[in-house]
Design a protein around this ligand. Structure first.
Ligand code: URA
Length: 463
Protein backbone atom coordinates (compact mmCIF):
# COMPACT_ATOMS: atom_id res chain seq x y z
CA UNK A 1 0.00 0.00 0.00
CA UNK A 2 1.24 3.54 -0.76
CA UNK A 3 0.17 6.77 0.91
CA UNK A 4 0.30 8.45 -2.52
CA UNK A 5 -2.50 6.18 -3.81
CA UNK A 6 -4.64 6.82 -0.74
CA UNK A 7 -4.33 10.59 -1.17
CA UNK A 8 -5.13 10.30 -4.88
CA UNK A 9 -8.20 8.13 -4.22
CA UNK A 10 -9.66 10.57 -1.68
CA UNK A 11 -8.74 13.54 -3.86
CA UNK A 12 -10.89 11.97 -6.59
CA UNK A 13 -13.83 11.57 -4.20
CA UNK A 14 -13.67 7.77 -3.85
CA UNK A 15 -14.39 5.80 -0.67
CA UNK A 16 -11.37 4.57 1.32
CA UNK A 17 -11.36 1.03 2.67
CA UNK A 18 -10.85 0.15 6.33
CA UNK A 19 -7.35 -1.16 5.60
CA UNK A 20 -6.39 2.07 3.80
CA UNK A 21 -7.61 4.13 6.73
CA UNK A 22 -5.79 1.85 9.20
CA UNK A 23 -2.62 2.13 7.08
CA UNK A 24 -2.77 5.93 7.24
CA UNK A 25 -3.50 6.17 10.96
CA UNK A 26 -0.94 3.55 11.99
CA UNK A 27 1.74 5.00 9.70
CA UNK A 28 1.15 8.57 10.82
CA UNK A 29 1.05 7.65 14.50
CA UNK A 30 4.38 5.80 14.17
CA UNK A 31 6.03 8.70 12.29
CA UNK A 32 6.28 6.56 9.11
CA UNK A 33 4.07 8.94 7.10
CA UNK A 34 5.34 12.52 6.84
CA UNK A 35 3.31 15.62 7.74
CA UNK A 36 3.12 16.75 4.11
CA UNK A 37 1.33 13.59 2.98
CA UNK A 38 -0.97 13.59 6.01
CA UNK A 39 -1.79 17.26 5.28
CA UNK A 40 -2.66 16.45 1.69
CA UNK A 41 -5.05 13.70 2.78
CA UNK A 42 -6.64 15.95 5.39
CA UNK A 43 -7.27 18.59 2.74
CA UNK A 44 -8.81 15.97 0.42
CA UNK A 45 -11.09 14.89 3.29
CA UNK A 46 -11.91 18.54 3.99
CA UNK A 47 -13.16 18.99 0.42
CA UNK A 48 -14.70 15.60 -0.28
CA UNK A 49 -15.96 14.52 3.15
CA UNK A 50 -16.21 10.94 4.37
CA UNK A 51 -18.96 8.35 4.09
CA UNK A 52 -20.52 7.07 7.34
CA UNK A 53 -18.44 3.90 7.10
CA UNK A 54 -15.22 5.79 6.43
CA UNK A 55 -15.93 8.07 9.38
CA UNK A 56 -16.55 5.15 11.72
CA UNK A 57 -13.41 3.37 10.51
CA UNK A 58 -11.35 6.55 10.91
CA UNK A 59 -12.67 7.20 14.42
CA UNK A 60 -12.06 3.64 15.57
CA UNK A 61 -8.57 3.56 14.01
CA UNK A 62 -7.73 6.80 15.84
CA UNK A 63 -9.21 5.46 19.08
CA UNK A 64 -7.06 2.34 18.76
CA UNK A 65 -3.88 4.22 17.81
CA UNK A 66 -2.71 3.78 21.39
CA UNK A 67 -4.02 2.10 24.50
CA UNK A 68 -7.45 2.72 26.00
CA UNK A 69 -7.53 4.02 29.56
CA UNK A 70 -8.78 1.56 32.13
CA UNK A 71 -11.08 3.47 34.47
CA UNK A 72 -12.31 0.37 36.31
CA UNK A 73 -10.62 1.57 39.52
CA UNK A 74 -13.04 4.52 39.54
CA UNK A 75 -16.18 2.45 39.03
CA UNK A 76 -18.85 2.75 41.71
CA UNK A 77 -21.92 0.47 41.57
CA UNK A 78 -24.97 2.29 40.18
CA UNK A 79 -22.94 5.22 38.88
CA UNK A 80 -21.55 5.93 35.42
CA UNK A 81 -18.33 7.71 34.54
CA UNK A 82 -19.23 10.68 32.34
CA UNK A 83 -16.92 12.92 30.35
CA UNK A 84 -17.69 16.30 28.85
CA UNK A 85 -16.18 17.82 25.71
CA UNK A 86 -16.75 21.09 23.89
CA UNK A 87 -16.33 21.53 20.16
CA UNK A 88 -14.57 24.77 21.01
CA UNK A 89 -15.20 28.45 21.33
CA UNK A 90 -14.01 31.86 22.39
CA UNK A 91 -14.10 32.64 26.10
CA UNK A 92 -15.20 29.05 26.73
CA UNK A 93 -14.25 28.37 30.35
CA UNK A 94 -17.20 26.02 30.98
CA UNK A 95 -15.12 22.93 31.81
CA UNK A 96 -13.19 24.80 34.48
CA UNK A 97 -16.41 25.74 36.26
CA UNK A 98 -18.46 22.60 35.65
CA UNK A 99 -15.88 20.09 36.88
CA UNK A 100 -15.49 21.45 40.43
CA UNK A 101 -19.28 21.81 40.66
CA UNK A 102 -20.08 18.24 39.68
CA UNK A 103 -17.18 16.90 41.76
CA UNK A 104 -18.62 18.75 44.77
CA UNK A 105 -21.89 16.92 44.06
CA UNK A 106 -20.27 13.51 44.03
CA UNK A 107 -19.65 13.05 40.29
CA UNK A 108 -16.02 12.02 39.82
CA UNK A 109 -14.35 13.15 36.59
CA UNK A 110 -11.05 12.29 34.94
CA UNK A 111 -10.90 14.89 32.20
CA UNK A 112 -8.44 15.39 29.42
CA UNK A 113 -8.37 18.74 27.65
CA UNK A 114 -6.64 20.09 24.59
CA UNK A 115 -4.66 23.19 23.76
CA UNK A 116 -6.13 26.06 21.75
CA UNK A 117 -7.05 25.19 18.18
CA UNK A 118 -7.27 27.86 15.46
CA UNK A 119 -9.04 30.91 16.85
CA UNK A 120 -10.61 28.92 19.71
CA UNK A 121 -9.06 28.69 23.17
CA UNK A 122 -8.07 25.47 24.94
CA UNK A 123 -8.69 24.49 28.54
CA UNK A 124 -5.13 23.10 28.79
CA UNK A 125 -3.68 26.56 28.01
CA UNK A 126 -5.98 28.24 30.53
CA UNK A 127 -4.82 25.86 33.25
CA UNK A 128 -1.19 26.40 32.34
CA UNK A 129 -1.68 30.10 33.01
CA UNK A 130 -1.71 29.08 36.69
CA UNK A 131 1.88 29.08 37.93
CA UNK A 132 3.19 25.55 38.42
CA UNK A 133 0.01 23.73 37.32
CA UNK A 134 1.12 20.38 35.92
CA UNK A 135 -1.15 19.46 33.07
CA UNK A 136 0.98 16.45 32.10
CA UNK A 137 0.72 14.14 35.11
CA UNK A 138 0.71 10.44 34.17
CA UNK A 139 -2.64 8.68 33.91
CA UNK A 140 -1.76 6.46 36.88
CA UNK A 141 -1.44 9.50 39.15
CA UNK A 142 -4.47 11.18 37.59
CA UNK A 143 -6.63 8.18 38.48
CA UNK A 144 -5.32 8.19 42.04
CA UNK A 145 -6.17 11.90 42.22
CA UNK A 146 -9.77 11.22 41.15
CA UNK A 147 -10.03 8.61 43.92
CA UNK A 148 -8.62 11.11 46.43
CA UNK A 149 -10.38 14.37 45.53
CA UNK A 150 -12.95 13.46 42.88
CA UNK A 151 -11.39 15.12 39.85
CA UNK A 152 -8.36 15.67 37.68
CA UNK A 153 -7.82 17.90 34.66
CA UNK A 154 -4.92 16.87 32.50
CA UNK A 155 -3.68 17.39 28.99
CA UNK A 156 -4.78 15.05 26.30
CA UNK A 157 -2.20 12.43 27.10
CA UNK A 158 0.14 11.04 24.47
CA UNK A 159 -0.74 7.72 26.09
CA UNK A 160 -4.17 7.80 24.40
CA UNK A 161 -5.43 8.42 20.85
CA UNK A 162 -1.97 9.51 19.75
CA UNK A 163 -3.23 9.85 16.18
CA UNK A 164 -5.59 12.62 17.27
CA UNK A 165 -2.88 14.42 19.19
CA UNK A 166 -0.71 14.55 16.06
CA UNK A 167 -3.52 15.25 13.60
CA UNK A 168 -5.02 17.95 15.85
CA UNK A 169 -1.78 19.95 15.79
CA UNK A 170 -1.35 19.40 12.05
CA UNK A 171 -4.91 20.50 11.23
CA UNK A 172 -4.41 23.62 13.29
CA UNK A 173 -1.65 24.77 10.95
CA UNK A 174 -3.03 23.54 7.62
CA UNK A 175 -6.50 25.14 7.62
CA UNK A 176 -8.23 21.77 7.93
CA UNK A 177 -9.89 22.19 11.31
CA UNK A 178 -13.36 23.14 10.07
CA UNK A 179 -14.37 19.77 8.66
CA UNK A 180 -17.38 18.07 10.23
CA UNK A 181 -15.88 14.59 9.82
CA UNK A 182 -12.44 15.58 11.12
CA UNK A 183 -13.96 17.29 14.16
CA UNK A 184 -16.26 14.33 14.88
CA UNK A 185 -13.47 11.73 14.58
CA UNK A 186 -11.07 13.87 16.62
CA UNK A 187 -13.46 14.31 19.51
CA UNK A 188 -15.01 10.86 19.56
CA UNK A 189 -11.72 8.94 19.13
CA UNK A 190 -10.19 10.45 22.24
CA UNK A 191 -13.39 10.31 24.27
CA UNK A 192 -13.87 6.63 23.40
CA UNK A 193 -10.22 5.92 24.24
CA UNK A 194 -10.59 7.61 27.60
CA UNK A 195 -12.61 4.65 28.83
CA UNK A 196 -15.71 6.52 30.04
CA UNK A 197 -19.23 5.05 30.20
CA UNK A 198 -21.03 8.11 28.78
CA UNK A 199 -20.15 11.28 26.89
CA UNK A 200 -21.75 14.72 27.10
CA UNK A 201 -20.88 17.04 24.22
CA UNK A 202 -21.14 20.80 24.20
CA UNK A 203 -21.59 21.50 20.49
CA UNK A 204 -21.07 25.21 19.93
CA UNK A 205 -22.60 27.21 17.10
CA UNK A 206 -21.96 30.72 15.79
CA UNK A 207 -19.11 32.82 14.49
CA UNK A 208 -16.77 31.75 17.32
CA UNK A 209 -17.47 28.06 16.77
CA UNK A 210 -16.43 25.70 14.01
CA UNK A 211 -20.11 25.17 13.13
CA UNK A 212 -21.53 28.47 11.91
CA UNK A 213 -25.26 27.65 11.82
CA UNK A 214 -27.69 25.61 13.89
CA UNK A 215 -28.29 22.98 11.20
CA UNK A 216 -24.60 22.14 10.85
CA UNK A 217 -24.19 22.08 14.64
CA UNK A 218 -27.08 19.62 14.90
CA UNK A 219 -25.61 17.52 12.11
CA UNK A 220 -22.24 17.39 13.91
CA UNK A 221 -23.99 16.53 17.18
CA UNK A 222 -26.02 13.72 15.59
CA UNK A 223 -22.94 12.36 13.81
CA UNK A 224 -21.08 12.11 17.12
CA UNK A 225 -24.09 10.65 18.95
CA UNK A 226 -24.27 7.98 16.23
CA UNK A 227 -20.56 7.16 16.55
CA UNK A 228 -21.04 6.89 20.33
CA UNK A 229 -24.01 4.57 19.87
CA UNK A 230 -22.07 2.36 17.41
CA UNK A 231 -19.26 2.15 19.95
CA UNK A 232 -21.69 1.29 22.77
CA UNK A 233 -21.14 4.54 24.69
CA UNK A 234 -24.24 6.64 25.31
CA UNK A 235 -23.65 10.17 23.99
CA UNK A 236 -25.72 13.33 24.41
CA UNK A 237 -25.21 16.82 23.04
CA UNK A 238 -26.12 20.25 24.33
CA UNK A 239 -26.07 22.81 21.50
CA UNK A 240 -24.88 26.18 22.79
CA UNK A 241 -24.46 29.59 21.22
CA UNK A 242 -21.00 30.93 20.50
CA UNK A 243 -22.10 33.88 18.40
CA UNK A 244 -20.57 36.25 20.95
CA UNK A 245 -17.66 35.35 23.27
CA UNK A 246 -18.90 33.37 26.28
CA UNK A 247 -18.79 35.36 29.50
CA UNK A 248 -16.91 38.60 30.03
CA UNK A 249 -13.27 37.61 29.71
CA UNK A 250 -11.26 36.19 26.80
CA UNK A 251 -7.61 35.20 27.35
CA UNK A 252 -6.02 32.47 29.40
CA UNK A 253 -5.23 34.05 32.79
CA UNK A 254 -8.23 36.39 32.48
CA UNK A 255 -10.55 33.43 32.06
CA UNK A 256 -9.16 31.82 35.21
CA UNK A 257 -10.11 35.05 37.01
CA UNK A 258 -13.65 34.80 35.65
CA UNK A 259 -13.88 31.18 36.80
CA UNK A 260 -12.87 32.31 40.29
CA UNK A 261 -15.46 35.13 40.29
CA UNK A 262 -18.17 32.72 39.18
CA UNK A 263 -17.33 30.11 41.80
CA UNK A 264 -17.08 32.76 44.53
CA UNK A 265 -20.24 34.61 43.52
CA UNK A 266 -22.91 35.42 46.08
CA UNK A 267 -26.57 34.86 45.21
CA UNK A 268 -27.06 38.32 43.71
CA UNK A 269 -24.05 38.30 41.46
CA UNK A 270 -24.48 34.66 40.44
CA UNK A 271 -27.98 35.43 39.17
CA UNK A 272 -27.07 38.84 37.73
CA UNK A 273 -26.66 39.92 34.12
CA UNK A 274 -22.90 39.71 34.50
CA UNK A 275 -22.99 35.91 34.32
CA UNK A 276 -26.14 35.50 32.21
CA UNK A 277 -24.76 33.52 29.25
CA UNK A 278 -22.08 31.65 31.20
CA UNK A 279 -24.55 30.67 33.94
CA UNK A 280 -27.07 29.26 31.48
CA UNK A 281 -24.49 27.08 29.74
CA UNK A 282 -22.70 25.98 32.93
CA UNK A 283 -25.94 25.06 34.73
CA UNK A 284 -27.25 23.01 31.79
CA UNK A 285 -24.02 21.12 31.16
CA UNK A 286 -23.42 20.43 34.84
CA UNK A 287 -27.05 19.34 35.41
CA UNK A 288 -26.92 16.99 32.40
CA UNK A 289 -23.62 15.50 33.57
CA UNK A 290 -25.02 14.81 37.03
CA UNK A 291 -28.05 13.20 35.42
CA UNK A 292 -26.03 10.99 33.06
CA UNK A 293 -23.78 9.91 35.93
CA UNK A 294 -26.80 8.32 37.64
CA UNK A 295 -26.52 10.52 40.74
CA UNK A 296 -29.85 12.28 40.07
CA UNK A 297 -31.88 12.43 36.86
CA UNK A 298 -34.01 15.42 37.91
CA UNK A 299 -32.44 18.30 35.94
CA UNK A 300 -34.24 21.06 37.87
CA UNK A 301 -33.16 19.60 41.21
CA UNK A 302 -29.61 19.34 39.88
CA UNK A 303 -29.67 23.04 39.00
CA UNK A 304 -30.74 23.89 42.56
CA UNK A 305 -27.93 21.73 43.93
CA UNK A 306 -25.49 23.48 41.61
CA UNK A 307 -26.47 26.86 43.08
CA UNK A 308 -26.15 25.39 46.57
CA UNK A 309 -22.57 24.14 46.13
CA UNK A 310 -21.51 27.43 44.57
CA UNK A 311 -23.00 29.55 47.35
CA UNK A 312 -21.64 27.27 50.08
CA UNK A 313 -18.11 27.55 48.64
CA UNK A 314 -17.86 23.75 48.13
CA UNK A 315 -17.37 24.13 44.36
CA UNK A 316 -14.67 26.77 44.82
CA UNK A 317 -12.90 24.59 47.38
CA UNK A 318 -12.89 21.73 44.86
CA UNK A 319 -11.33 24.03 42.28
CA UNK A 320 -8.56 24.94 44.73
CA UNK A 321 -8.10 21.27 45.71
CA UNK A 322 -7.64 20.46 42.02
CA UNK A 323 -5.06 23.18 41.52
CA UNK A 324 -3.08 22.22 44.61
CA UNK A 325 -3.20 18.52 43.70
CA UNK A 326 -1.58 19.33 40.35
CA UNK A 327 1.09 21.57 41.86
CA UNK A 328 -0.55 24.86 40.90
CA UNK A 329 0.47 27.79 43.05
CA UNK A 330 -2.12 29.36 45.35
CA UNK A 331 -1.70 32.17 47.86
CA UNK A 332 -3.72 33.18 50.90
CA UNK A 333 -5.41 36.51 50.38
CA UNK A 334 -7.66 38.45 52.75
CA UNK A 335 -10.96 39.09 50.93
CA UNK A 336 -12.65 42.22 52.23
CA UNK A 337 -16.11 41.42 51.02
CA UNK A 338 -16.04 37.91 52.47
CA UNK A 339 -14.27 39.01 55.63
CA UNK A 340 -11.95 36.00 55.50
CA UNK A 341 -8.74 34.58 54.09
CA UNK A 342 -9.04 32.54 50.94
CA UNK A 343 -6.67 30.57 48.72
CA UNK A 344 -6.38 32.20 45.29
CA UNK A 345 -4.60 30.69 42.27
CA UNK A 346 -1.52 32.63 41.16
CA UNK A 347 -1.57 33.23 37.41
CA UNK A 348 0.89 34.49 34.80
CA UNK A 349 -1.02 37.75 34.47
CA UNK A 350 1.54 40.56 34.24
CA UNK A 351 0.66 42.91 31.39
CA UNK A 352 2.35 46.16 30.41
CA UNK A 353 -0.48 47.97 28.65
CA UNK A 354 -4.24 48.45 28.99
CA UNK A 355 -6.37 50.08 26.32
CA UNK A 356 -10.06 50.84 26.55
CA UNK A 357 -12.13 50.48 23.39
CA UNK A 358 -15.02 52.97 23.24
CA UNK A 359 -18.38 52.94 21.48
CA UNK A 360 -18.18 54.98 18.27
CA UNK A 361 -21.91 55.72 18.35
CA UNK A 362 -24.93 55.42 20.65
CA UNK A 363 -27.43 52.56 20.39
CA UNK A 364 -27.49 48.87 21.27
CA UNK A 365 -24.75 46.31 20.76
CA UNK A 366 -26.21 44.08 18.08
CA UNK A 367 -23.30 41.69 17.71
CA UNK A 368 -19.79 40.92 18.93
CA UNK A 369 -18.20 38.57 16.43
CA UNK A 370 -16.42 35.99 18.52
CA UNK A 371 -14.28 34.65 15.68
CA UNK A 372 -12.76 38.12 15.20
CA UNK A 373 -12.16 38.33 18.95
CA UNK A 374 -10.52 34.88 18.90
CA UNK A 375 -8.30 35.99 16.00
CA UNK A 376 -7.46 39.20 17.87
CA UNK A 377 -6.35 37.12 20.86
CA UNK A 378 -4.02 35.13 18.58
CA UNK A 379 -2.57 38.48 17.34
CA UNK A 380 -1.87 39.52 20.93
CA UNK A 381 0.03 36.26 21.45
CA UNK A 382 -2.69 34.57 23.54
CA UNK A 383 -3.18 31.78 20.96
CA UNK A 384 -0.92 29.91 18.52
CA UNK A 385 -0.10 30.47 14.85
CA UNK A 386 2.30 27.51 14.68
CA UNK A 387 2.09 24.21 16.49
CA UNK A 388 3.92 24.11 19.85
CA UNK A 389 4.41 27.91 19.81
CA UNK A 390 4.80 29.58 23.24
CA UNK A 391 1.85 31.74 24.20
CA UNK A 392 1.40 34.82 26.35
CA UNK A 393 -1.03 33.82 29.11
CA UNK A 394 -1.59 37.33 30.39
CA UNK A 395 -3.10 39.05 27.34
CA UNK A 396 -6.77 39.28 26.44
CA UNK A 397 -10.00 41.20 26.66
CA UNK A 398 -12.38 42.19 29.44
CA UNK A 399 -15.84 43.04 28.16
CA UNK A 400 -17.82 45.70 30.01
CA UNK A 401 -20.71 45.38 27.55
CA UNK A 402 -22.37 42.41 25.89
CA UNK A 403 -24.84 41.92 23.05
CA UNK A 404 -28.14 43.67 23.79
CA UNK A 405 -26.57 46.28 26.10
CA UNK A 406 -27.39 49.94 25.54
CA UNK A 407 -24.37 52.19 24.97
CA UNK A 408 -23.74 55.90 24.65
CA UNK A 409 -21.03 57.13 22.31
CA UNK A 410 -17.72 56.98 24.21
CA UNK A 411 -18.77 54.24 26.67
CA UNK A 412 -16.13 51.58 27.30
CA UNK A 413 -17.09 48.33 25.56
CA UNK A 414 -13.97 46.35 26.37
CA UNK A 415 -10.47 46.69 27.73
CA UNK A 416 -7.52 45.14 25.91
CA UNK A 417 -4.62 43.84 28.03
CA UNK A 418 -1.40 43.45 26.03
CA UNK A 419 2.38 43.44 26.09
CA UNK A 420 3.44 44.42 22.58
CA UNK A 421 2.29 47.56 20.76
CA UNK A 422 2.67 46.09 17.29
CA UNK A 423 0.59 43.07 18.30
CA UNK A 424 -2.05 45.47 19.56
CA UNK A 425 -2.21 47.26 16.18
CA UNK A 426 -2.76 43.94 14.46
CA UNK A 427 -5.38 42.85 16.98
CA UNK A 428 -7.16 46.19 16.76
CA UNK A 429 -8.09 45.67 13.11
CA UNK A 430 -10.02 42.54 14.17
CA UNK A 431 -11.60 44.20 17.23
CA UNK A 432 -12.80 47.16 15.15
CA UNK A 433 -14.67 44.82 12.82
CA UNK A 434 -16.01 42.64 15.60
CA UNK A 435 -18.44 45.05 17.26
CA UNK A 436 -21.62 46.27 15.64
CA UNK A 437 -23.76 48.96 17.28
CA UNK A 438 -27.12 50.02 15.86
CA UNK A 439 -29.85 52.41 16.85
CA UNK A 440 -32.52 49.73 17.32
CA UNK A 441 -35.52 50.06 19.65
CA UNK A 442 -35.42 49.00 23.28
CA UNK A 443 -37.64 45.94 22.76
CA UNK A 444 -35.26 44.51 20.19
CA UNK A 445 -32.26 45.35 22.36
CA UNK A 446 -33.81 43.45 25.27
CA UNK A 447 -34.67 40.51 23.05
CA UNK A 448 -31.01 40.33 21.97
CA UNK A 449 -29.82 40.53 25.58
CA UNK A 450 -32.19 37.78 26.73
CA UNK A 451 -31.75 35.40 23.81
CA UNK A 452 -31.10 31.82 24.92
CA UNK A 453 -27.61 30.35 24.87
CA UNK A 454 -28.66 26.73 25.25
CA UNK A 455 -30.29 26.06 21.88
CA UNK A 456 -31.09 22.36 21.96
CA UNK A 457 -30.37 19.07 23.71
CA UNK A 458 -30.02 15.95 21.58
CA UNK A 459 -29.71 12.27 22.44
CA UNK A 460 -29.92 8.87 20.77
CA UNK A 461 -33.68 9.28 20.22
CA UNK A 462 -33.00 12.27 17.95
CA UNK A 463 -30.79 10.55 15.38
N1 URA B 1 -12.16 19.82 19.51
C1 URA B 1 -11.45 18.70 19.27
O1 URA B 1 -11.08 17.97 20.17
N2 URA B 1 -11.17 18.39 18.01
C2 URA B 1 -11.55 19.16 16.99
O2 URA B 1 -11.27 18.81 15.88
C3 URA B 1 -12.28 20.32 17.24
C4 URA B 1 -12.59 20.64 18.52
Amino acid sequence: MRMYDIIEKKRDGKELTKSEIDYFITGYSNDKIPDYQASALLMAIYFNGLSKLELLNLTFAMRDSSKKIDLSALKVPGKYIVDKHSTGGVGDKVTLIVLPIVAALGVGVCKMSGKGLGFTGGTADKLESIEGYDINIPIRLALKQVQDIGLCLISQSSEIAIADKKLYALRDTTATVESMELIASSIMSKKLASGVDKILLDVTVGSGAFMKDLDSAKELAKTMIEIGRDAGVETKAVITSMSEPLGRNVGNALEIKEVISFLLADENSLMSDEFRDLREVVFEIAAQMISMSGVCTDIEKNKKDIVRVILSGEAYNKFIELIKAQNGKVERVYMDWLGKDLDLPVTHDKVTFLKEIHAQSSGYIVSIDSKQIGEALVCLGGGRRKKDEEIDYSVGFEFSKKVGDKVEEGDVILTVLYNDKQNFEEAFSYIENAIYIDDIDEKLGNALRLKPHVLDILGEDDI
